[in-house]
Structures are given as structure tokens and as C-alpha cells.
Design a binder for this molecule. Structure first.
Ligand SMILES: Nc1ncnc2c1ncn2[C@@H]1O[C@H](COP(=O)(O)OP(=O)(O)OP(=O)(O)O)[C@@H](O)[C@H]1O
Ligand SMILES: [Mg+2]
Length: 259
């Protein structure tokens, strides 16, 4: 419903840089179910945008549209000004877009370093044998740089805590994302200290000038991290606010529709 769209908020960004990603009039229906009515949103390099809304609002669907898992039923996606349509998630990855899902998509039986290179393993020689040494070295350097505390990069994922796994997943996104990271409730299952750690990693991504779209049900977290907040309610885009120009009360009203 375009009447609910607030066009002015689309430009609620002080940065004059052109958007990295531009979503315009995105609509997504699954059969008869409309998951997203109409959504337009720009993401800029180094910007954190929080996507908030109650269960079933359409947040994860939007992440899956950007990451190439779903195709929008209507609307356009522009990456650096060029209209794009990703055939699948690996096409989005090839364009520097990484996703961290709540359920993580790490390979439980594999080591940390193999997870870091899942689907992009380094090999050497004519037989293309796995270059474990290089993958281990690379992973060690990365987890050290990001201060992800794990017993060893040779540890198996299933032996790590939830926070450590999330650290590995975000380190992987950091390793490969050159432009955009999509985070779908990255700290939903974590304690206070682990959440703080993950938030530090997210800010490190921002410092690398990567654009970040984060879904979170924690308004405290949203207000700690984000530059702008985009609110969805039952598939409708209610509005976008600059975080510094709104507060939790207004955000809750936008989410629930109650005043
Ligand atoms: N693959 C699918 N097939 C059919 N309907 C779907 C599919 N994925 C999502 N939906 C529907 O689209 C709507 C939005 O779902 P979505 O997962 O995007 O919500 P969400 O905002 O991420 O919610 P939550 O906070 O609970 O994760 C829901 O009504 C959901 O049932
Ligand atoms: Mg979801």
C-alpha cells in the first residue's frame, strides 16, 4: 500500500554517497500470501540499517530476496546503480553480499577453518588437493584480528558455544563480504557478554565501510547499533527513521500500530 510509504524517509541519510543497494517497490507473494506489500529502501556503504517488525512481518523474506534465495514478485534491486537479479545465493555472494542466518548454516561436523572456506576451499597442485595449511593460517589471522575467542581453528563447530559459533559465522561473512552483510537475528540465542562480542564484530564490519542490514527483536540493540530503522508490519513498510531522530516509544508504535 503505497499510501503507507513515507517517501521522505527514503532520503533520511546524511551521507551524500550513492546507495550501494537500492530496493524499489519490492513485492513478494507466496501463492496467495503476501509477505511484502511494497518496500523501498536504500543501503549506503558503512551504514547499519535495522529491520524491525513483529513475527511474520516479512523481515526474513526481505533478507532472502536481497541474498538471492527468493525472487521478488515485483520491484527492482539495484546494486551500485545497476539493476540486478540474483539467480541464487551464490550469485549474491559473488557480488560481495554475505548473510548470517539465525540458524547459522555452519557445517557442524567440520572444523572452524573448513567452515570459513565452505564452498570456496583453497587448493594447491594439479590434483587440487585441499590446502589446509593456507586455510588454517588465513583463519587464524582472521579470528585473531576480530578477537573471536575459540579454542582452535581446528575445533569442530559442534564443540563450540552458541556465541563462539556466531563469532565464526560473522567472521566468515567478514572474510568474504566486500559490500553488504545481512544479519537475521544474529544474537537471538546469545547471552549478554556474547551479544556484546557480536555487536563489536558488527561495528568492525561497519568500520570497513560495509553496508549492514540487521534484523533484531531487541530495540536496545537496534538503538545501540543502527543508523536508520526500517519498520515493517504485516508486509507493509510503515516507515524509515534516522535512529538519532526517533525513540523506542515511536518505534514500538510503528511496529504494533498502537499509540
Ligand atoms: N517460503 C514461504 N512460503 C510461504 N509463505 C512464506 C514463506 N516464507 C515466508 N512466508 C510467509 O511470509 C510472511 C513473512 O514471513 P517472514 O519469515 O519474512 O517473517 P519475519 O518478519 O522474518 O518473522 P519472524 O520475526 O517471526 O522471523 C509470513 O506470513 C510467512 O508465513
Ligand atoms: Mg524471520
Amino acid at each position: 500500500m503505497s499510501t503507507m510509504m513515507e517517501q521522505s524517509t527514503q532520503t533520511a541519510h546524511s551521507d551524500a554517497s550513492p546507495p550501494l543497494l537500492s530496493l524499489n517497490g519490492i513485492h513478494k507473494a507466496f501463492g496467495g500470501i503476501v509477505a511484502i506489500e511494497e518496500l523501498s529502501l536504500d543501503l549506503h556503504p558503512g551504514e547499519i540499517v535495522a529491520l524491525v517488525g513483529d513475527n511474520g512481518a516479512g523481515k526474513s523474506t526481505l533478507v532472502k530476496i536481497i541474498s538471492g534465495v527468493h525472487r521478488p514478485t515485483a520491484g527492482t534491486i539495484r546494486l551500485e546503480g545497476r539493476e540486478t537479479s540474483f539467480a541464487d545465493a551464490s550469485a549474491a555472494r559473488a557480488h560481495g553480499i554475505e548473510v548470517v542466518y539465525q540458524d547459522l548454516a555452519l557445517a557442524d561436523q567440520q572444523t572452524v577453518y573448513m567452515n570459513m572456506f565452505l564452498g570456496r576451499e583453497l587448493t594447491h597442485g594439479p590434483l587440487r588437493l585441499l590446502d589446509r595449511r593456507r586455510m588454517i593460517k588465513d583463519t587464524e589471522a582472521l579470528v585473531q584480528e576480530l578477537d573471536v575467542r575459540i579454542p582452535s581453528v581446528r575445533a569442530t563447530i559442534r564443540d563450540l558455544s552458541g556465541g563462539q559459533r556466531q563469532g565464526v559465522a560473522i567472521a566468515r561473512a567478514t572474510r568474504w563480504a566486500s559490500k553488504l552483510v545481512l544479519l537475521d537475528e544474529p544474537t537471538a540465542a546469545l547471552g549478554v557478554a556474547e551479544t556484546a562480542k557480536v555487536e563489536k564484530l558488527i561495528l568492525a564490519l561497519k568500520a570497513r565501510n560495509i553496508a549492514i542490514l540487521i534484523i533484531s527483536h531487541s530495540l536496545d540493540q537496534v538503538f545501540r547499533l543502527s543508523d536508520r530503522i526500517c519498520v515493517l508490519r504485516r508486509g507493509q513498510q510503515i516507515g524509515i527513521r534516522r535512529t538519532s531522530e526517533t525513540d523506542k516509544n515511536e518505534t514500538v508504535s510503528m511496529i504494533t500500530g498502537l499509540h
